[in-house]
Design a protein around this ligand. Sequence first.
Ligand code: CMC
Length: 378
Amino acid sequence: MSITGVYKGLDNVPIKETVISTIDGEKGKLYYVGYSVEELAEKSNYEEVSFLLLHKRLPTGEELKDFSNKLMKERTIPNEIWSILEKTPPGAPLMDKLKAGVDLLGLFDGEAEKTDKAARLSTAIRIISKIATLVAGVYRLKKGLQPLEPDPGLNHASNFLYMATGKKPNALESKIMDVTFILHAEHELPASSTAALVVASTLSDLYSAVSAGIGALKGPLHGGANERALEMLMSIKTPEEAEQYVLRELASKRKIMGFGHRVYKTFDPRALIFKSYLEQLSEMRKDRKLLEIANRIESVMIRELGSKLIYPNIDLYSGPVFNLLGLDKEIFTPIFAAARSVGWIAHILEYWEDNRLIRPRAVYIGPGPRRYVPVDER
Ligand code: CMC
């Protein structure tokens, strides 16, 4: 069979059916199993959203209690894993430490290779729970601090923030962290979910698939953009300077981090939610500098590139929010990974219900068959 035509970047190539989530890129809407993220961010919590994504329906009160309890009980990490991670080079990227941590979790999980539905769901809960502890722990180790014991009295997101910063969050900080986890939980099939799915389609294990997702998320065109967006905001001193910065970068044909999206051709709805929390947090901290710079960049970008349908994405406002929560930029993408673990796994479990090995083709454009020339004759 001759293969022609290349779907570069797999733009608009569907590779599975799903009931987990859908994006309306024209209207700037995102739904998890039919529920809008705006409503989930306002009324739900990460535990409930995780149940929703894994089971494709909202839990009853009893089911939610049971699920939250299971997540809470799985938070600890074996000490052997901490001692290995403690010996990794201090300067190595946190995403690489996280990826190594997830692989180690797989090695230490005696149930990792089990393939029945119940075992896979238990493994899923273990990963979603422990990955947050891993992120907080590798962050602290990198700062020369010891990982903290999880606090069973706090929900998933608040406990994460506590384990990362060592401080119990107040009500607004708690809500923002929960919303962060909800908004990063799922997003159909970006590069990281696709990478995880490719691994899972070979019937490899969940840890290997999640580890692949982390590798893909690390890149600056995907999850890594949040760190870069904050670096940009922090390098600019005033809103006036922000305007000059954008014009200079665009004139040099450089991309502005936190803008543009393969699917959204208007505002990313998650960006708007983060923006409103950035406003509240800036008010609480009495520090509006990053907000004002981000606002100016947004208006200049829309003026300059709105005709190309380039609008803010989630990463423009998530970075300054994390910064005001007291988190260093190197933990931003790992937080994204911790929250997204449930989306990756939900897609994998759905795909495994009717698995087909993902094996695309390449269009060969090289030389025709020819004789091998030994090295001393070349
Ligand atoms: N700044 C300036 N110009 C841009 C930007 C940007 N951020 N994004 C796209 N463009 C321009 C691009 O140069 C191109 O112009 P032209 O037609 O003149 O060549 C046009 O818009 C189309 O862009 P594209 O790169 O072909 O679009 P894409 O669908 O391949 O890219 C993207 C999507 C996210 C990779 C890209 O917008 C980008 O690199 N953005 C900056 C990085 C970023 O913020 N990433 C986070 C994505 S959201 C979080 C996540 O889900 O991971």
